[in-house]
Design a protein. Structure first.
Length: 446
């Protein structure tokens, strides 16, 4: 095909992606999952007539390029009315090479089914072998997304927080099973009403076994404008169970953990992550972002006005970055991969292990900041409004990450199945999820 012939195809593909994605995002921005958990609620997206106008709320792009601090939520959202005329079929994939069928499968599964934009990165044995992106980075302008655009990675932020915390354990700054909240309680000026708060350790926070409730309304219902406010609420209220006895996924654990890192280092949380984890890995584009803090190079995830979930989450879910960044973070934890590694192999083994005496779902469990599958796969997922992300390190040497702008799939774990299906088009089978979790150690490891 000539260059002149390719232009209309690309314009058609972009127009289709924008039209279909905006339909789903317009509905999803108001009805979507607001929780950041491994199993977000289902989002129903209806079919609109071809000429329906869809109002999509997006954040205005900020002009300050500084990435040193987490900005306040000051930029007002803008409502953009878009004329849509979705065609009956998905746009063609303009792609050649070994991953053509992979990209076509992933694009057809996500773009037009609730996704405005999708980005993917694949590495084999620590070497990046494929990146691709589909759709629009900004529904207000129609800007095409590229592999360099930064997405909300949501709970994949926990990978960074956990890595920094375990570095402090390795450095002897804190013990994994040492109570860690006394200094933070004093700093926040709260008076715990539950005696169990005093016994919460780094391990409890990292493994979601502290006993904290989920606090969905605190993080996603506007009850807290900052992580400090959220933490004060969590430290003042009761626990669901004594620390170390029950697994309950809660963003409170990692919001609090980010503040504990500040107490232990005397440095702002974001600075610690940049200096101790990201820059040594060669990652220079990730940053903490506010809910309406969208800058050049960022994806504009449609967001309901008046929310503050990014500010409240902080170390639990406020980082933005690319799939390439997520792959680098996970491969950095794997000592078999080339390059710099933030932690020892023994520490990463601890991070992958289930916790003593804790019941988990068959075939999967939560370690210390890592989600682990019994087939040898490990990584994490992330979910906030109009954002999905997943990064996986497989036992066959493949590490992949996918980021999505939009509320599809309704359960972020389903990204794994979609990626497995895309690999199957290349003749690459998925590792089966068949085995139960290994027995937990009889006693906490040192």
């Amino acid at each position: 095909m000539t260059t002149q012939g390719r232009v209309p195809v690309r314009l058609l593909a972009l127009g289709v992606a924008l039209g279909l994605g905006l339909l789903a995002a317009g509905a999803g921005a108001l009805a979507a999952s607001s929780g950041l958990s491994s199993s977000p609620p289902t989002v129903a997206v209806g079919t609109l007539p071809p000429t329906t106008r869809v109002a999509v709320t997006v954040a205005r792009r900020a002009t300050d390029p500084s990435t040193s601090t987490l900005p306040p939520t000051t930029a007002a959202p803008t409502t953009v009315a878009v004329q849509t005329a979705p065609p009956a079929t998905a746009p063609p994939v303009v792609q050649t090479g070994e991953f053509a069928s992979f990209d076509e499968s992933l694009q057809s599964s996500l773009i037009g089914n609730g996704a405005l934009a999708v980005s993917v990165a694949v590495a084999r044995d620590g070497e990046m072998i494929h990146t691709a992106a589909f759709g629009v980075a900004d529904p207000a302008t129609g800007e095409a997304v590229t592999p360099a655009h930064r997405f909300r990675v949501a709970s994949n932020s926990k990978l960074l927080t956990a890595t920094a915390a375990m570095q402090l354990v390795e450095a002897g700054r804190v013990a994994l099973d040492e109570p860690v909240l006394a200094s933070l309680v004093s700093r926040l000026g709260v008076v715990p009403t539950d005696g169990g708060i005093a016994g919460i350790t780094l391990r409890h926070l990292l493994s979601h076994t502290s006993g904290f409730p989920q606090y969905e309304a605190t993080f996603f219902g506007g009850a807290a404008d900052t992580c400090e406010e959220a933490a004060a609420r969590g430290l003042s209220n009761g626990l669901l169970a004594p620390p170390g006895t029950t697994y309950r996924y809660s963003n409170m654990n990692f919001c609090v953990l980010g503040l504990v890192i500040e107490e232990l280092t005397g440095r702002p949380y974001e600075s610690v992550i940049l200096e101790r984890v990201l820059r040594p890995l060669g990652i220079d584009d990730m940053r903490l972002a506010g809910t309406y803090d969208v800058r050049p190079g960022d994806v504009a995830h449609p967001t309901t006005p008046g929310r503050t979930f990014m500010e409240a989450l902080a170390g639990a879910g406020a980082w933005i970055g690319t799939p390439t960044d997520l792959v680098a973070i996970i491969d950095g934890l794997d000592r078999s991969r080339p390059g710099w590694h933030p932690l020892s192999a023994a520490t990463v083994d601890q991070m992958q292990a289930p916790q003593p005496g804790i019941g988990y779902s068959s075939g999967r469990w939560y370690g210390l900041g890592l989600r682990v599958w019994a087939d040898g796969t490990w990584g994490h997922t992330g979910t906030v409004e109009n954002a999905r992300s997943m990064v996986i390190r497989r036992p066959d040497g493949i590490t992949w990450a996918v980021t999505v702008s939009g509320n599809t799939p309704s359960n972020t774990d389903r990204l794994r199945g979609l990626v497995d299906r895309a690999f199957a088009t290349m003749g690459i089978p998925a590792p089966p999820e068949t085995a139960p979790p290994p027995p937990a150690p009889a006693a906490a490891p040192p």
